[in-house]
Design a protein around this ligand. Structure first.
Ligand SMILES: Cc1ncc(COP(=O)(O)O)c(C=O)c1O
Length: 364
C-alpha cells in the first residue's frame, strides 16, 4: 500500500465552505447581474481614506511590509489604551484563529465551542490534532452552562463568538460576566468579536477588552474585514496578555499583513463617519428584511451583526438554488443543521429590495 504522505488530520478535515462567488453564479446561470448577500461584506465599500492610502502605497509594494504592523498598533493603542505588546495582527481574523490553534493545542487537547458557530474554530482545532467539543445551541443561544460542564483536564480553549455567526444574537454583559467568573483561569477564553461595531449598537453588548483587563488568559479577536470594508485585503487583530501574544507571534506568517492592508486599516480607523454610516446602513437593510418577515409571519433572530438568520419555512437547499436562478446569493441554513433557515447579509437598499422581492416570488 502506498505510504500516506499527508498529515493524518487532513484525511478527515472538512475544508471551510465560503460564500459562492458572484462570477461563478453569473457563469452558471448566464446572468449579467448578481446580488450577493452571503459573506457579510460591507456594501459601502472601503473608506475613501483607505482607498487614497492604498493608491499612495501601491508604488511601494516592492518592499516587504513591517512584520509588526506598527502603524495599526499605534492607532489601536490610541483608541483602546491597550499596550502594543498586547496586540497581534493577522492576515484576516482567520489567520489569528489559525495562530490560536497552533499556539495552544497538542494532539488530543480539547477546545469547547458552540454548534453552530464560526466553522474555522473547529477546522483549525482539528488540523492541529485537537478535539472540538461542540455544544449544541439551546434555543439559538450558546449554552454556557453545558459549555462549562464540558470542561475537562484536557480543555485548553473555550470559544465564544459574540455575536455568534451564523445566528447573529449576542451574550449580554451580565451573562458573559457570570460565565467568565465560573471559567477556570487556565482555560484560554477566545472571544470572537468580528462584528463588534455592529453589536455595540445594543446597550447590553459587552466589550471583550473589559474581560481581558481582569482575565489575562483571554484573546479578543476583531477584524477590518467587516465594518471597515477591507475583506479583500485580509487584516484582522487580536488583544491578549503579553505572554500569549509573544507565543502566538511565533506561529504567524513573518510578513503576514501586506503593505496595502496596513495603510488601508490605519486610514480607515480615522474615518469614524464611514464606520457610523456602515453600521446605520446595515441596520436599515436588516430593518427592511425584518419588516418583510414580520409581514409574512416568518420567524427570525433579532440581528446584532451585519446579517440576519431567518426561517423561510422552505427547504433552504432548494431556496438557495431558486434564488441563484434569480441572481441572488445567500447562505442556506442546512449547512449548519437548520434546514428551513437562511442567513442573509445586509446590503445597500437597492440590493436589499431586489433580494427580498426575489425571495417573495419564491415564497409565494
Ligand atoms: C465570527 C467571525 N470570526 C472571524 C471571521 C474572520 O474574519 P476575516 O475576514 O478577518 O478573516 C469571520 C468572517 O466571516 C467571522 O464571521
Amino acid at each position: 500500500m502506498a505510504k500516506n504522505i499527508f498529515r493524518k488530520e487532513l484525511a478527515t478535515l472538512n475544508a471551510y465552505v465560503p460564500g459562492k462567488p458572484i462570477e461563478k453564479v453569473m457563469e452558471e446561470y448566464g446572468l449579467k447581474e448578481v446580488v450577493k448577500l452571503a459573506s457579510n461584506e460591507n456594501p459601502l465599500g472601503p473608506s475613501k481614506l483607505a482607498i487614497e492610502a492604498i493608491i499612495e502605497e501601491a508604488s511601494n509594494v516592492n518592499i516587504y511590509p513591517d512584520p509588526s504592523v506598527d502603524i495599526v498598533k499605534e492607532k489601536l493603542f490610541k483608541k483602546h489604551g491597550i499596550p502594543k505588546e498586547q496586540m497581534i495582527l493577522g492576515n484576516g481574523g482567520e489567520e489569528i484563529i489559525k495562530m490560536i490553534a497552533m499556539t495552544f493545542l497538542n494532539e488530543g487537547d480539547e477546545a469547547i465551542m458552540a454548534d453552530p458557530t464560526f466553522s474555522l474554530y473547529d477546522i483549525t482545532v482539528s488540523h492541529m490534532g485537537g478535539v472540538s467539543v461542540k455544544i449544541p445551541l439551546n434555543d439559538f443561544q450558546q449554552d454556557l452552562d453545558v459549555m462549562l460542564n464540558a470542561i475537562s483536564e484536557k480543555t485548553k480553549l473555550m470559544y465564544i463568538c459574540n455575536p455568534n455567526n451564523p445566528i447573529g444574537n449576542i451574550l449580554t454583559k451580565e451573562v458573559l460576566d457570570d460565565f467568565v467568573s465560573k471559567l477556570p483561569e487556565e482555560v484560554v477564553l477566545v472571544l470572537d468579536e468580528a462584528y463588534f461595531e455592529y453589536a455595540s449598537k445594543n446597550d447590553e453588548y459587552p466589550d471583550g477588552l473589559d474581560v481581558l483587563k481582569r482575565r489575562p488568559n483571554t484573546i479578543v479577536l476583531r477584524t477590518f474585514a467587516k465594518v471597515a470594508g477591507l475583506a479583500g485585503l485580509r487584516i484582522g487583530y487580536a488583544f491578549s496578555s503579553e505572554e500569549i501574544i509573544n507565543e502566538m507571534a511565533k506561529t504567524k506568517g513573518v510578513f503576514n499583513v501586506n503593505r496595502l492592508a496596513q495603510v488601508a486599516a490605519a486610514a480607515s480607523m480615522d474615518d469614524t463617519e464611514h464606520i457610523k454610516n456602515t453600521v446605520e446602513l446595515s441596520y436599515q437593510s436588516l430593518g427592511y428584511m425584518m419588516n418583510y418577515f414580520d409581514s409574512k409571519g416568518l420567524k427570525y433572530i433579532q440581528p446584532n451583526a451585519n446579517f440576519i438568520f431567518a426561517d423561510t419555512g422552505m427547504d433552504s437547499k432548494q431556496t438557495f438554488i431558486e434564488l441563484q436562478k434569480k441572481g441572488m446569493i445567500m447562505r442556506p441554513g442546512f449547512i449548519w443543521g437548520y434546514d428551513t433557515w437562511v442567513r442573509i447579509s445586509s446590503g445597500n437598499m437597492a440590493d436589499t429590495e431586489k433580494f427580498i422581492a426575489a425571495l417573495d416570488e419564491i415564497i409565494r
